[in-house]
Design a protein around this ligand. Structure first.
Ligand code: NCD
Length: 306
């Protein structure tokens, strides 16, 4: 298994044994995330975020700092030369001189792939439009494994915006490597992208559903997502589906006692705060798990861990 120098553009760039290995290394990073390490001393990560982000960018930067590396970058296209009309390729050709690795978030699908094609240093896709978010999928898998002790054998539901949500696209691809049953719960107009569905339904049982109550009592993991308002071409369409689902304590009465609820965050109104105190909530643990997962990725790609 070779990770050094690799790009991470799509979760489909990995095989299952590679994903399992990343999750193992992430677990080994837990103590280092607490006490720190000098493994990546002298290395520089650039975070180029052309779209807003709190978690993904800070999580990458935290992961780099915990391994002794440093970070440069920008958090919004407005302050970058993009505002002056610079194209993505020129930005990458410039930043590759400054950094050993680049984490990129961009509103356009295909942007991360394009960046990887022209970059001398590895590119990590931190979100490419509505397409994919592979590092989120890895931390989601890590969370499931850590909380449930396994991934195989579980019934997993994804709820909300399966059309425009990039995290569910990457996670669905990733879960299709495992022996899971996948329930896709969404309004009709926000169904899982057909191209994702075609690939995953050849490998695992996939059930599409509109009614959350129908699956609530049987699932082990409920992955809730925000309706991606900013990606709707027509605001009227957003108004039709806004607030479609609310995972509140009444809904959770029907859940298995050991159901875990995940959410990539940020949340809007799909999970009210009262749920945070229930034994089901794991979305803030996911944030921590994002740090160790990204530590593992940085260490592997930069060759500090084999
Ligand atoms: C997600 C994203 O940016 O795709 N957030 C994240 O990275 N944790 C989810 C979202 O914005 O809804």
């Amino acid at each position: 298994m070779e990770f050094e120098g690799r790009d991470i553009i799509s979760i489909r760039d990995f095989k299952r044994d590679e994903i399992d290995y990343i999750l193992e290394i992430a677990e080994a990073m837990e103590p280092l995330a607490i006490k720190g390490s000098s493994m990546l001393n002298g290395k520089i990560l650039a975070t180029l975020f052309f779209e807003p982000s709190t978690r993904t960018r800070l999580s990458f930067e935290t992961a780099m700092h915990k391994l002794g590396g440093s970070t440069i970058g920008f958090a919004e296209a407005e302050i970058a030369s993009v505002k002056k009309g610079e194209n993505l390729v020129d930005t990458i050709r410039t930043v590759e001189n400054y950094a050993d690795i680049i984490a990129l978030r961009h509103p356009l699908e295909g942007a991360a792939r394009l960046a990887a094609e022209c970059s001398k240093v590895p590119i990590i896709n931190g979100g490419s439009g509505a397409e994919e978010h592979p590092t989120q999928a890895l931390l989601d898998l890590y969370t499931i494994k850590k909380e449930k002790g396994k991934i195989d054998g579980l019934r997993i539901a994804m709820l909300g915006d399966l059309r425009y949500g990039r995290t569910v696209h990457s996670l669905a691809y990733a879960l299709s490597y495992y022996d899971v049953e996948l329930y896709l719960v969404s309004p009709e107009s926000l169904r899982m992208r057909r191209e994702v569905l075609m690939v995953i339904s050849e490998k695992i049982p996939v059930i599409e559903e509109s009614n959350l109550e129908k699956v609530m009592s049987i699932v082990d993991v409920l992955y809730v997502t925000r309706i991606q308002k900013e990606r709707f071409p027509d605001p009227a369409e957003y108004m039709k589906v806004k607030g479609s689902y609310r995972v509140n304590v009444e809904v959770l009465c029907k859940a298995k006692p050991d159901l875990i609820i995940l959410h990539p965050l940020p949340r809007t109104d799909e999970i009210p705060p009262e749920v945070d105190a229930t034994p089901h909530a794991r979305y803030f643990q996911q944030v921590w798990n994002g740090i160790v997962t990204r530590m593992a990725l940085l260490a592997l790609i930069l060759g500090a861990v084999k």
